[in-house]
Ligand binder design. Structure first.
Ligand SMILES: Cc1cc2nc3c(=O)[nH]c(=O)nc-3n(C[C@H](O)[C@H](O)[C@H](O)COP(=O)(O)O)c2cc1C
Length: 171
């Protein structure tokens, strides 16, 4: 798939098949994340955590139901793979969040290219920040902050591209 096609086809998918992505697909996604631009090239100050353990995901889902007070709520929308990006706090206008977004968008576009479904998740930050017992189990490096996440799996159906518009001005 060409870059243009992947960008045009990317949508948020929140319903997944009960089937894990392949190791090869996971490695391709992680490589795409690692190729993201990172401010001041501080790649060693960013980290990616992959959650695929079914028992842990089930535990998180149960806890998420209570935390979000929403019956049936699942932390990663029921995806078999959840990815969390964390980073060391920078002294430069919260640049760690920009870095995290670059990594996650690369992963989302690569997921689209591979025919996988994905959705960017900020909600996981609130959940893990307010539930430190689960945050601890992510084993993120010391002094790193959780920035955002993404849910990934095979989509339950085909999702058509969307047409979004952001207003702009040219000076
Ligand atoms: C920074 C950011 C945070 C987001 N957080 C969530 C989230 O917590 N839960 C969720 O279901 N979708 C989340 N989304 C997905 C957006 O809702 C989605 O991208 C938007 O509605 C546009 O739809 P599309 O991605 O299908 O084009 C987030 C997207 C971004 C960029």
């Amino acid at each position: 798939m060409e870059t243009k096609e992947a960008i045009n086809k990317r949508v948020s998918v929140r319903h997944f098949l009960d089937k894990q992505i392949t190791e090869n697909e996971l490695q391709t996604l992680l490589k795409a994340g690692s190729k993201a631009p990172i401010g001041m090239s501080k790649y060693q100050e960013m980290h990616i955590t992959v959650i695929q353990d079914k028992n842990f995901l089930n535990e998180l889902n149960k806890a998420a139901e209570g935390y979000f007070k929403q019956k049936g709520k699942r932390l990663f929308h029921g995806a078999p793979t959840g990815i969390i990006v964390s980073g060391k706090k920078t002294n430069y206008y919260d640049m760690e969040y920009d870095n995290g977004a670059c990594i996650l968008e690369n992963i989302h576009l690569m997921a689209t290219d591979l025919g996988l479904g994905a959705v960017y998740l900020k909600g996981v930050v609130a959940f893990f920040s307010d539930n430190p017992e689960y945050l601890k189990r992510l084993n993120i490096p010391k002094d790193f902050t959780i920035l955002a996440g993404i849910a990934i799996g095979y989509p339950d159906k085909e999702y058509p591209p969307k047409d979004h518009n952001i207003e702009y001005n040219i000076i």
